[in-house]
Write a protein that binds this ligand. Structure first.
Ligand code: SAM
Length: 287
């Protein structure tokens, strides 16, 4: 994976690594910088994003992502939490800043009551579309203008669970590094490569892609269990409201539909993606 190159040199959280600081006021400048990462503009400028919870932070470290700052609950540290103490030593050891924070500071950063006892500031990573190559039986998911952070996070978690090779975000999609998306990935943000591509870029890449593109569409004439998923497969899922655009649908080799009974017009995007991913990987996944 490559760094998501920030538009300007990072300041604040990554500027002076390796220090331990105690901060009790939410008005502190370091805290303000970290809080600002709730905004996409600030994430784009710095190339950083927030990860809540010790397990997710450790997932990120284990996956080799760069931790800039670890914010931990001072009360939990003083309460003798061994896992937290070990995490602090690990963070300092790799040169990250550590902030021992009051409950007020953690609440301000997480923007909720009862926040987790650890919050990590990580550097984003993504993969260029050109790097995506699928072998036989391998699968990746492309999403056309996905808008809902919960859907995207759930899809990334499911893609991770089935061993999908990548999640490709086509067009104007929700930010995969927003707090809500990262929360919903439950750590899979560190496991599944994320690709971002404009529509034209995707269509150009498609020309050289030798596998099949299986699009999902409410008017699809083919049952979703029909394609031969032993070929390299890119599943293409549509926007929550509008579905796949006509142009993106035309780029698919086949348009499939998941049969439904009852009154619902369609399935939720993340649910439909889950059904498709498990079907595409059915013969590969075993207990
Ligand atoms: N009104 C939209 C339409 O007509 O396309 C519904 C979009 S649906 C909520 C979001 C996406 O989930 C769809 O674009 C498709 O990718 C997938 N999807 C939902 N239900 C599906 C089904 N029964 N068969 C195939 N794909 C489905």
């Amino acid at each position: 994976m490559t760094d998501d190159t920030p538009k300007k040199k990072p300041s604040g959280p990554l500027a002076a690594p390796g220090r331990i600081k105690e901060i009790s006021s939410a008005a502190n400048l370091i805290v303000k910088d970290i809080r600002a990462l709730a905004q996409k503009r600030h994430r784009d400028e710095t190339g950083l994003f927030l990860v809540e919870g010790l397990k997710l932070v450790l997932d990120g470290l284990d996956a080799g992502w760069e931790l800039g700052t670890l914010v931990v609950s001072k009360a939990a540290l003083q309460g003798g939490s061994e896992v937290l103490t070990r995490a602090v030593s690990r963070a300092v050891g790799i040169g990250a800043d550590v902030v021992e924070a009051s409950a007020k500071v953690l609440e301000a950063i997480a923007r909720r009551d009862n926040p987790q006892s650890a919050i990590g500031v990580f550097r984003r990573q993504s993969v260029p579309l050109a790097k995506i190559a699928l072998g036989p039986g391998e699968v990746a998911v492309a999403l056309d203008r996905v808008r809902d952070p919960g859907n995207l996070g759930t899809i990334m978690r499911t893609a991770d669970a089935v061993g999908a090779k990548a999640v490709v975000l086509v067009g104007d999609c929700v930010d995969p590094f927003s707090l809500e998306t990262v929360r919903a990935t439950m750590g899979s943000i560190f496991a599944v490569p994320v690709v971002r591509a404009k529509e034209a870029e995707f269509l150009a890449w498609r020309q050289g892609f030798s596998g099949q593109i299986v699009g999902t569409h409410m008017t699809g004439a083919v049952d979703y269990r029909t394609p031969d998923y032993s070929a390299a497969t890119l599943l293409f899922m549509g926007n929550e409201q509008a579905g796949l655009s006509a142009e993106m649908a035309a780029s698919c080799d086949v348009l499939v539909r998941i049969p439904q009974a009852g009154r619902a017009d369609s399935l939720n995007l993340a649910v439909a993606t889950g059904v498709m991913l498990f079907e595409a990987r059915r013969k590969v996944l075993t207990l």
